[in-house]
Design a protein around this ligand. Structure first.
Ligand code: FES
Length: 110
């Protein structure tokens, strides 16, 4: 049984492998990725200049690269390789092919 804090977002098969998607859940801007079947949910707003374009980022070495100036964030935890806080990440559950995200307001990392 899922806690109420998880919101149903989409079906797993709706996510094209390697292409990010953007969802607004509980007023939180989220970038969702399917990378070789693994699903990741990160804050969609880059801490550099607050561009809401992380979902359009390039995927490389288990990271997403902001398309604006190239800051790089780990898909698993949103952290930057240089130790910077980076992006918030959000827990995911997949039940019967449905993707649920626990999107709660967190203190922003910038
Ligand atoms: S806005 Fe993302 S790297 Fe500059």
């Amino acid at each position: 049984m899922l806690s109420e804090k998880y919101s149903k977002v989409c079906r797993q098969e709706d996510l094209i492998e390697g292409i990010g998607n953007r969802f607004l859940i509980n007023d939180i801007d989220i970038a969702l990725f399917n990378i070789k079947g693994d699903i990741f949910a990160l804050c969609n707003v880059c801490p550099h200049q607050h561009s809401a374009l992380i979902y359009k980022g390039f995927i490389e070495d288990n990271c997403v690269i902001c398309p604006v100036h190239g800051w790089k964030f780990n898909l698993k935890d949103g952290k930057m390789n240089n130790g910077g806080n980076g992006l918030n990440s959000y827990p995911i559950k997949i039940i019967d092919g449905n993707i649920y995200i626990k999107a709660e307001e967190k203190k922003t990392n910038w």
